[in-house]
Design a protein around this ligand. Structure first.
Ligand code: CP
Length: 312
C-alpha cells in the first residue's frame, strides 16, 4: 500500500486497503498501551497548518508524530498567524512549508484547498478538512471505531443525524460505508440542512439502501449506529437561519432507552448541546470519546504510511 497524499476518502475505496490500514492501527494502539511503540518517524518533521479551529485533529496528529519519534512545527489560526495575513497565497505558503517538513496537515475553509496544496507541495499533504468538502482522516477513524465497537460493518443500520448539508464528516463516512455489503443508512435532518443531492445520487448508483427522515423516534429501536453531528453555526448566512434548526435533535438518556443495548452513539465532536452530558454515563453506548482517541492511532498509521511511501 502506497500513498502520496491523503486528500479524499476515494483513495481508500478498496476494503483490502482498509483492512491493511486498520490492522496497523490496532497494532499501534496495543503498542502505545503496552509502552512498546517504536520511533518509526525519528528524524521526520510534520507541519500542521490550520486556518480553522481544531482540538482533536491538530492535537492527535501532533501527538501521533511525537509518539512515533518525529517532530512538529505548527500554526493555528494560520490566516492570522502566518504570512497569509500579509497576502501570501496558499500555494506559496505550501511551497515554503514543504521545504521545512516531511508532510503537511492542512485545514482550510475553502473547498478544494487540500488538492490545490498537494499540486504544489514537495511533500505529502493530508486534508484535515477543506471547508464543506471532506475530512478523510475523520471518516477513517469513524469507520475504524464502528468496526472496533461492533465487530463488523457489513449489514449495519447507520443513522446520520444533524447537519447533513455542511457536515463534511458525514459526506466522507457515507462513501466508506457504501463499500460494505448490506449496510443501510438513514439521514435525519431538517430539510434546510439535508444531505446534498449528489450524495443521494451516489448511494443510488452504488445500490445502497437509504431513507431521508425528519425525526428519529421511528428508527431508534432498529439502528446499530447513531452518528450525530453539530449544526455548524459558522456556515449559516444568518443567526436567524441557524436558530431555526439549532435544537432540531437532542440526544438524551431517554433517547438511549429506546435504542438497542448493543448499539452505539458516535459524534465527530465538538458537541454543542446535541448530545446531553447525561448520555456520557452510558459508557457502553456513548462511544464518542473512544472515537476521538482512535483518531490518534489512525493518524499514526497514516503518517507512517505517507512517510514510508516516500522512502520506497
Ligand atoms: N472532529 C474534529 O475534526 O474535531 P476538531 O475540529 O476539534 O479537529
Amino acid at each position: 500500500m502506497k500513498l502520496d497524499h491523503v486528500l479524499s476518502v476515494s483513495q481508500f475505496f478498496d476494503t483490502s486497503i482498509l483492512e491493511q490500514l486498520f490492522s496497523r492501527v490496532a497494532y499501534l494502539e496495543q503498542a502505545d498501551k503496552g509502552n512498546y511503540l517504536e520511533p518509526t518517524l525519528k528524524g521526520k518533521m510534520l507541519a500542521t497548518l490550520f486556518y480553522e479551529p481544531s482540538t482533536r485533529t491538530r492535537f492527535s496528529f501532533e501527538s501521533a508524530m511525537q509518539k512515533l519519534g518525529g517532530n512538529v512545527i505548527t500554526t493555528e489560526s494560520a490566516g492570522m498567524f502566518s504570512s497569509a495575513i500579509k497576502g501570501e497565497s496558499l500555494e506559496d505558503t505550501i511551497k515554503i512549508t514543504s521545504g521545512y517538513a516531511d508532510a503537511i496537515v492542512l485545514r482550510h475553509p475553502e473547498l478544494g484547498s487540500a488538492a490545490r496544496a498537494a499540486a504544489v507541495s514537495e511533500v505529502p499533504v493530508i486534508n484535515a478538512g477543506d471547508g464543506p468538502g471532506e475530512h478523510p482522516t475523520q471518516a477513517l477513524l469513524d469507520l475504524y471505531t464502528i468496526k472496533k465497537e461492533l465487530g463488523r460493518i457489513e449489514g449495519l443500520k447507520v443513522a446520520m443525524v444533524g447537519d447533513l448539508r455542511y457536515g463534511r464528516t458525514v459526506h466522507s463516512l457515507l462513501q466508506l460505508l457504501a463499500l460494505f455489503p448490506q449496510v443501510s443508512m438513514y439521514f435525519v435532518s431538517p430539510e434546510v440542512i439535508g444531505l446534498p443531492e449528489k450524495y443521494s445520487t451516489y448511494l443510488k448508483e452504488k445500490g445502497v439502501q437509504f431513507n431521508h427522515l425528519q425525526e428519529f423516534d421511528s428508527i431508534l429501536g432498529e439502528i446499530d449506529v447513531m452518528y450525530v453531528t453539530r449544526i455548524q453555526k459558522e456556515r449559516f448566512a444568518s443567526q436567524d437561519d441557524y436558530n431555526s434548526v439549532k435544537d432540531a435533535f437532542v440526544i438524551t438518556s431517554k433517547t438511549l432507552e429506546k435504542m438497542k443495548s448493543n448499539s452505539i452513539v458516535m459524534h465527530p465532536l465538538p458537541r454543542v448541546g446535541e448530545i446531553l452530558p447525561e448520555v456520557d454515563s452510558d459508557n457502553t453506548r456513548a462511544a464518542y470519546f473512544r472515537q476521538a482517541k482512535n483518531g490518534l492511532y489512525v493518524r499514526m498509521a497514516l503518517l507512517e504510511l505517507l512517510m514510508q511511501s516516500r522512502q520506497t
